[in-house]
Design a protein around this ligand. Structure first.
Ligand SMILES: [Fe+2]
Length: 291
């Protein structure tokens, strides 16, 4: 069989990320296309493809090209545990009342974070597909942890070596005014990760901080929290954030090993349906050696 050579058009997003044009993943995903997609993701941290027609099964298959998927053990009873439906639409097709159920439980995603840092091995890649979008609001914002590191002054960089942050979802829920269900709280115990990480594929260093981290190990709680907030604010300062306004058919992939993101709320009387697949990481967060 002849090898198809794919040449996707790359349009840089402002100020980070890239839109890839010229392919509908619903029409198939061969090795050449996947290779281009993955290379763009590793380079830009975020890729957007518009007007995609892929099915849930194709979205899951796309995720599996990167590696094993995370199971959503917190969504017990779901037919497909690796496909997370983020929606305010009930099974009967009606819109759930605002601020109830699932929408409230995901409100902590409105702070800057990187996915699955409650795991010893946090997520590698997240894949979002927009099926229904609100007329306004519901954007997703992205910032680069790699750039955040590269743009830090050398003296500040040095002081971060060896520090570890405690990622505590229970505390993050408490801060957001919510309550993590007891069953999930028992599973999502606090985990510590280095505040600097080497990307396992690009080998580039980045910060690894999140609004889901509560404090820094061995540092007075207030001081550690302030440091974490400063670093997140640095990465997400004006001019460094890409804001994605969703359209139906959008497919966005981002690399949690070098990117922060956060959700924006929306008027919950409108329907919004997103399908999310998360690729598992391949090992604990590794910090750079001090040179
Ligand atoms: Fe997230």
């Amino acid at each position: 069989m002849p090898v198809r050579s794919v040449v996707l058009e790359t349009c840089l997003l402002d100020p980070i990320g890239a839109e890839l044009r010229g392919a509908d993943l619903g029409e198939g995903l061969d090795d050449a296309l996947f290779g281009e997609l993955k290379a763009a993701l590793l380079e830009h941290g975020l890729v957007l493809l518009r007007n995609q027609t892929l099915t849930d099964e194709q979205q899951l298959a796309l995720g599996r090209r990167f590696g094993p998927l995370e199971g959503e053990e917190f969504m017990v009873g779901r037919e497909e545990p690796s496909l997370l439906v983020i929606s305010n639409v009930r099974p009967d097709g009606t819109v759930a009342p605002a601020k109830t159920g699932q929408m409230r439980s995901i409100s902590i995603n409105e702070v800057w974070h990187t996915d699955s840092s409650f795991r010893e091995t946090p997520a590698a890649v997240s894949i979002f597909r927009a099926l229904e979008v609100a007329p306004e609001g519901g954007d997703t914002l992205f910032a680069s942890l790699r750039l955040g590191w590269e743009e830090l002054e050398p003296a500040r960089r040095e002081a971060l070596h060896g520090l570890r942050a405690v990622h505590d979802y229970g505390a993050a829920y408490d801060r957001a005014g919510g309550r993590l269900p007891d069953e999930a709280r028992a599973l999502m115990t606090p985990k510590t990760h280095p505040m600097l990480r080497v990307h396992p594929e690009t080998e580039k260093t980045g910060l690894y901080v999140s609004g889901h981290a509560s404090h820094v190990e061995g540092m007075p709680s207030d001081e550690g929290r302030k440091l974490l907030e400063e670093l997140v604010a640095w990465c997400t300062r004006p001019g460094r954030v890409y804001r994605h306004r969703w359209q139906v058919g959008d497919l966005v992939l981002w690399d949690n090993r070098c990117m922060l993101h956060r959700a924006q709320g929306f008027d919950e009387q409108h329907r919004r349906v997103m399908h999310h697949v998360r690729v598992a990481g391949d090992g604990p967060v590794v910090e750079p050696s001090l040179r």
